[in-house]
Design a protein. Sequence first.
Lengths: 297, 234, 337
Amino acid sequence: MFGFFSSLDCSLDIFFVEALLNGVLLAGLLALLALGLNLVFGVIDVVWICYAELVMIGMYAIFFFVQTVGLPLPLAFLLAIGLVAIAGLLLHYLVIRPVLDQPPINQLLVTGGLLFLLQAAATMAFGIEFRNLGLRLGSMNIGDMSFSWSRIITFAVAIAAVVALWQFLTRTYIGTAIRAISQDRQIMPLMGVDQKKVYLATSAIGGGLAGLAACLMVLQYDIYPQIGLQFGPLTFMICVLGGLGNMVGGFVAAFIIAQFITIGGSCVATEWGYAVAFLFFMLVIFVRPQGLFGAKS
Amino acid sequence: MLDLKGVDAGYGAFQALFGISMRVNAGEAVAVIGANGAGKTTLMRVISGMLPASSGTMTMEGSDLRTTPPHKVVELGIAHVPESRRLFPRLSVEDNLRLGAYIPSARAHFAERLDYVYGLFPRLKERRGQFAGTMSGGEQQMCAIARALMSKPKLVLLDEPSMGLAPVIVQQVFDLVRRIRTEGYTVLIVEQNVSQVLKVADRAYLLEVGRIVQSGSSAELAASDEIRKAYMGI
Amino acid sequence: MITQKHIAWAVGLTALLLLPLLIRLMFPDTDRYYLHLVIQILIWAFIYTGWSMMGRFGLTSLGHGAFTGIGAYVTVLLWNFAGITPWIGIPVAMLVATLAGLLVGYPCFRMRITGHYFALLTLAFTEFVRLCIIGLRDWTGGSLGTQPTRYGDGLSFYAVQFEPNRVLAYYIVLAVWLIGLMIWVKVDRSMDRYALDAASQDEDAAASVGINVTREKLKITAVSSAMCAFGGAIYGQYQMYIGPETIAGLGVSLNIVFAVIAGGIWSLMGPTFGAVFTQVLAEGLRVGLRGSETLSKLLGQSALALDTFIYGLLLVLFIIYMPKGVIGTLAERFRQK
């Protein structure tokens, strides 16, 4: 009956350790993805359901700049980050701002409409084929274990981005305002803070982080219009698990979920790794609805 | 300094303030007294732009307050210490103070102002790294006032600074108010604790259901039989 | 008393009963296509109505794509691999979906998970079910989907297969849709509704006057998930194909929510109107855009996704400019005049 367990091959061997470490590497990327979404939610109280689609747009932008325009990769990366940052800004200005006073579900759905729109736009512009930049970075071997350089670089950059963002949030005035705004929205004007500007800045940063995630993802993954559906739900799950809006919580949750995926993936099959992660998520939320690290409301 | 003429304001269909005219001169401490629900807090919110006035004129040193967006009011030199303090509970004391110095003119002097308020309130310096929400009520009120002073305001609006505090602490809060007066700030204070506030203020306005019904020097009002009966329980 | 409302219903119902004839007369060559469109609308209208049971009480679930998926897959798998007739398979599927709904719902309602959290949690549930479907690829065909094994010529009472006879299919789904409306009305008239209205406004107040909020929500969830599972099963039996993306997954969930919001969440016909609107829009755009030679030349392959693009754009515009849904907004305009 349980045919899928026939391939079950889980023992505490070198492959298990390899999966464990690969999980840590994957967690860096997931943490970065969750970070942008959490930032936006924490400040604006809106969930961008289309967040992963912004990442997808960034990946296609890099592909376009490199393959069609012929730009060098680093320049393409910078342009893509800028482009997605602007996309985040526009998303807030054109789509979120008009619905800020509507019920939360409408805010959720309006970005859901955007999800369809962005996917379709990507299909129209680039077709449904899987694309990639043909980058081969090779891998690092330690004993019998092998770790691809693209994953290692992704991890390092993601961690650096998290640290940089934290510096920004704690060292600058607008960063402090960003951390304060969810605690008391109404009195922000008394501090002389223009809420609209903080929202726009947050959206741009959220977009920029999606752009950075795009740069890292093109190193590892093929680009196709539906890639957002693979990473979107995962990102939401991590954010909720860590406590929506709680950036530290999201970071820890990314590491937990990544372990489920890589270890589950190496023991059984990728979908089951994901499925177990989602199951785990639901169980945790039933016990702690505010997330692992969320404050009780 | 602050000048209000015929100001009306309300929430939707409900009108809370009717033709308020009042002024605050530079260097004065002016109190607005009245019962719960008389519109005292609403008045403060209207002055600092959190609630738009529906008619009348309102100026701060000649600048029209009604056309100033809420977040620009601070830049005119008005700092509002809101009712029940409203600190950012999960930010450190110092981050709260940093937000008080958010406006460009204050940012330039942040370090200087920080030294100044820490000088005024050494207790805050001890607690600088602590989450503001973990401090006692009196310390939080101290922090709220310090946050307002960070912008180097000319006029400080104090909304019910003694509310929700233990009697011993209330005395401390009024000492704080005296302290900022002697530092040269103009003060507009709203209070239910009438006997105490009249000792601090030079002049006072009595607000009843959204209208100013009496005004004069603190001594006059403190001597008025009606006020003594209705608000001071004598 | 026969009121205007009764007459309107009688006229509407008669028109629906005669619809296949009308379509045959109007489009003698393409009547199968148009019937197909109407059948699709009715099946989705039933599913949307099922969703709106929860949606109107503030339980904005993104998990109904899981229920439709369970309905379709359990029915088909039981038939394909155990030879169990859908007459048993469909109730089993509904039972499974209901149990799943209660299992997810109970802790949510007990812990008062609402708003964004409820939406995202149910989204995770949808994703879990979709991943399970793909993971069980030996039976489900994985991401490629699967088909119910055809029984004889594909027209069978025993196997609940009716796809070749479009007129028959039409009457079957019409009946299903009407049952859906009846359930809606019954729930609407029952005490549950008042209890839930009170609960969705202020749970504490509702609880303090003795309403067991959790139990009321669970009842609604049970009805809603069973309906969506039934709708999913009927969809599978009619399409004779089920895929993880077409009847399960986030896309389906989002479509359900969109359609109901667009049609109007508060009224009986809102979800149905949403189904008409979204299906005609999607189909109209698809046919109109792909049929147009100028557009094909102009856009080439990319015309393939233009319909989805416009669909997404319209959804965004709708929510921004008509937050109360098409019916709600029109009704408001009408009243103002």
